[in-house]
Design a protein around this ligand. Structure first.
Ligand code: PEP
Length: 247
């Protein structure tokens, strides 16, 4: 079966009114492959502005949301609130959330379940650190992170996995197509064995980590690479080249 290619732009803590107005204008004019699903993720305060101004074939994602619907959780944003302002997607479990904000596998699993229940689609990020790769722990780490998600999720229709090796994020050290394919295949096999053959076949697995306009086409040829989650390059004109990598 064919899985629709999906490209996400994670703007992280970047942008301003002026910068995002120009970025949206450029994307709106861009010649984008209509076979690709595109999702951009600006910081919370710009979500509504971007959603209202961006072309309708590009969806918008929050970069995080909390595991409760409301209450005394200062500084947090609920999945229901994203949904309420017309946001369709959320990125959860990004390695920066895991590392800097100390989110655990279990919290991420709960967040994924809560966001799905609230009606959002989820890009759930997993991936090993450099020392884990060097010590041959990559499969063990992604399995542990996947299990925490799988334990909380019963319907995978609205889940996309983003495999993002931490050593490749923002470092300019992209995984080789073989390295990416090897882990993506392992993730799919894990889903086949531990969730279901149908979920394994249908769930899209994005690669993230130093994807740019120069390496995207080669990576996109791997059979289990179903898209990209892009950080730095999503703020640049080359994002269009990445979105069109399979065209
Ligand atoms: C990311 O933050 O999800 C990411 C992949 O970043 P970059 O493309 O800059 O490595």
């Amino acid at each position: 079966m064919s899985r629709k290619f999906i490209v996400g732009g994670n703007f992280k803590l970047n942008g301003s009114n002026e910068f995002l107005t120009k970025l949206v204008e450029d994307l709106n004019k861009g010649n984008l492959d209509s076979n690709v699903e595109i999702v951009v993720s600006p910081p919370f305060v710009y979500l509504d502005k971007v959603r209202q101004s961006i072309r309708k074939d590009i969806a918008v994602a929050g970069q995080n949301c909390y595991l409760k619907s409301s209450g005394a959780y200062t500084g947090e944003v609920a999945a229901e609130m994203l949904k309420d302002i017309g946001i369709e997607w959320v990125i959860l479990g990004h390695s920066e959330r895991r590392e800097i904000f100390k989110e655990t596998d279990e919290e991420i699993g709960q967040k994924v379940a809560h966001a799905l229940k609230a009606g959002l689609k989820v890009i759930a990020c997993i991936g090993e650190k450099l020392d884990e790769r060097v010590n041959n722990k990559t499969n063990e780490v992604v399995e542990r992170q996947l299990k925490a998600i799988a334990d909380s999720v019963s319907d995978w229709t609205n889940v996309v996995i983003a495999y993002e090796p931490v050593w490749a994020i923002g470092t300019g050290k992209v995984a080789t197509p073989q390295q990416a394919q090897e882990v993506h295949k392992h993730i799919r096999e894990w889903l086949h064995k531990n969730v279901s053959p149908n979920v394994a076949e249908k769930t899209r697995i994005m690669y993230g980590g130093s994807v740019n306009g120069g390496n995207a086409a080669t990576l996109s040829k791997e059979p289990d690479v179903d898209g990209f989650l892009v950080g730095g390059a999503s703020l640049k004109p080359e994002f269009v080249t990445i979105c069109n990598a399979r065209a």
